[in-house]
Design a protein. Structure first.
Length: 128
């Protein structure tokens, strides 16, 4: 296992960033009338996930703060799934796109949940 020295080394950060980019790309095709509603909401929630992971990493000296930020990231990931459902219901995504994107965000949520379960592993303070 590679040494993790930055939030950018975390697989969940990399995946969330990649999936936020996918959502950005796909939402460019949404109707213009959704620009300030669905498009904006799904972009914001998806982008918040990797930002909250970075913030959690910075706060890992304090287990409770770390867990809180990862929990917020999980909430944003689940919000993204809800917006994906709305996009599917409005026929902006086909079944295959929805299934693929939803599965990726479900996986991100599971990875975040595992980080909470293993918070002590992430929050060890180096004592020199």
């Amino acid at each position: 296992m590679a040494l993790i020295v930055s939030f950018r080394d975390l697989d969940v950060y990399k995946l969330a960033r990649e999936q936020a980019w996918r959502i950005f790309t796909i939402t460019k095709l949404f109707p213009k009338e959704e620009r300030y509603s669905l498009t904006d909401q799904i972009r914001r929630s998806s982008r918040a996930v990797d930002a909250l992971i970075a913030e959690a990493w910075a706060r890992r000296r304090y287990r409770a703060a770390f867990v809180n930020k990862i929990n917020e990231a999980m909430g944003e990931a689940m919000e993204t799934q809800a917006w994906l459902d709305q996009a599917y219901d409005c026929r902006y995504l086909d079944r295959e796109q929805h299934h693929e994107l939803d599965g990726a965000w479900q996986h991100i949520g599971a990875m975040l949940n595992k980080m909470i379960d293993r918070a002590d592993d992430f929050c060890k303070v180096s004592r020199k």
